[in-house]
Ligand binder design. Structure first.
Ligand code: ACO
Length: 431
């Protein structure tokens, strides 16, 4: 924990309380209120955690005003251009970029864990075919603790390590199986001669009846999508993973909780909702109508893929994603794609509109990712599962950091209670 020489003073009912000020390596200072309730008998109130740092972390840094995102200090733009997903996984999990030997060992380990227990196939078959792949993933990832008991002891660092490998390695297999099951095709086993992203595309699009060659450019684009989604500090799903993990719950249960949280349309579910919205708008002429609806306080409609709790500037991931969308559509020979045209025009109009400018609402990562995934051949229901498999490494890195922190305690928020004070039970005849 950083240096705490400065203090802030809180005056309450004639008494003064000193709150140590902690300076992080980068970013705003933090007031340490851990002793506040014990000393002053008051809680702080911050629903939505707008002003609350819930933990100390060394993994990811976001400057929302500058539109800056760093993984272990490295800017996302540099990683997206020069690195690759498994190297980013190593970086997030271990804190430093690997040397050649460390990279080879890591890649070999992940590759050798990609198959799932054969009995899991039966488990999949218990779901309805029309289940959303996210629903299936929540169930199957949670069930991993029933298949891999030997990596559920969270007090054993080696078991934590093995659970990490298993989760990073098997999530693409599980997501691809959820997809294959939903379209009634046979499961495709992982192929160890393919890279991480290419293997995922192969498991999704290959069929036993004919060979399937993964276009290398699409594998690169998929790898970049995975890198851009790998971690994002203490967002809703990551905080869910940390809170679940703080009770000592096993890693598979914690990641399943993260997946469940990610599914919501205000979070990871926004990529599906965004593409559906772009299709609903349909043509550039209809954009003003939807902009007006987004601005209307009495209309619940929001521009999906716009706005972010932390970024009050361009989401740096959206910039990379926009460029990728152009490249992928070009590669696939998709010109004049109406969805992309609507997206670009919507972005242009919104960025000039007073409502969006004054509220600092910019496109977020989900605005362009759906266009790329759709062009690759994924149905919208697979967008959030792809986010989930990419984010798994971030969740595990955060979970491991939390578990290995000796000062860690169970997460237990308090509340501002506004319900009835104590009252006596009333017999039914007297109510
Ligand atoms: N369209 C129209 N208005 C918006 C939008 C939007 N997409 N986002 C925010 N606003 C408005 C709100 O109505 C509010 O206006 P008000 O101050 O007049 O009441 C103001 O901007 C602030 O919005 P909040 O909801 O208070 O901001 P919050 O930080 O709680 O929400 C969120 C952030 C959930 C991302 C929001 O911007 C949103 O719903 N966006 C659309 C969904 C989306 O794209 N989610 C993906 C997030 S990124 C990710 O998870 C990977």
């Amino acid at each position: 924990m950083a240096d705490t020489k400065r203090v802030a003073r809180l005056e309450l009912d004639g008494k003064t309380y000193e709150l140590p000020v902690i300076s992080p390596s980068v970013g705003p200072d933090v007031l340490d209120i851990r002793k506040l309730y014990g000393e002053a008998g008051v809680f702080t109130y911050d629903p939505g955690f707008t002003s609350t740092a819930a933990c100390e972390s060394t993994i990811t840094y976001i400057d929302g005003d500058q539109g800056e995102l760093l993984y272990r200090g490295y800017p996302i733009e540099q990683l997206a251009e020069k690195s690759h997903y498994l190297e980013v996984c190593y970086l997030l999990l271990n804190g430093e970029l690997p040397d050649r030997e460390q990279m080879e060992t890591f890649e070999r380990t992940v590759t050798r864990h990609t198959m799932v227990h054969e009995q899991m196939h039966n488990f999949f078959r218990g779901f309805r075919r029309d289940a959303h792949p996210m629903a299936t993933m929540v169930g199957v990832v949670g069930a991993m603790s029933a298949f891999y008991h030997d990596s559920t002891d969270v007090t054993d660092p080696r078991q934590r390590e093995v659970a990490s490998f298993r989760l990073v390695a098997k999530l693409p297999t599980i997501a691809a199986m959820a997809y294959k099951y939903s379209i009634g095709q046979p499961f495709v086993y992982p192929r160890n001669d393919l890279g991480y992203a290419a293997n995922f595309l192969h498991m999704c699009f290959a069929v036993p009846a004919e060979p399937y060659h993964v276009p290398p450019e699409l594998a690169t684009a998929m790898d970049r999508i995975m890198m851009l989604h790998a971690d994002h500090e203490q967002n809703a799903s990551t905080s869910t993973v940390r809170l679940a993990g703080s009770s000592g719950a096993n890693p598979f249960a914690c990641i399943a909780a993260g997946i469940a949280c990610l599914w919501g349309p205000a979070h990871g579910g926004a990529n599906q909702a965004c593409l559906e919205m772009l299709r609903q708008i349909g043509s550039v002429e209809r954009i003003p109508e939807f902009i007006a609806r987004a601005k209307d306080k009495n209309d619940p409609f929001r521009l999906m893929g716009f706005g972010h709790r932390v970024y009050k500037n361009f989401d740096p991931r959206a910039k990379v994603m926009k460029q990728s969308a152009d490249e992928v559509l070009d590669l696939l020979g998709i010109h004049n794609n109406p969805t992309l045209q609507v997206a670009k025009e919507l972005e242009r109009i919104a960025l000039e509109d007073d409502y969006f400018v004054s509220k600092k609402l910019y496109p977020n990562v989900d605005f362009y990712s759906g266009i790329i995934l759709e062009a690759m051949g994924f149905p919208t229901s697979m967008f959030t599962p792809i986010f989930a498999l990419s984010r798994t490494v971030g969740w595990i890195s955060q979970w491991k950091e939390m578990i290995s922190d000796p000062s860690g305690r169970i997460g237990r928020p308090r509340q501002l209670y506004t319900g009835a004070p104590a009252r006596d039970y009333v017999e039914v005849d007297n109510r």
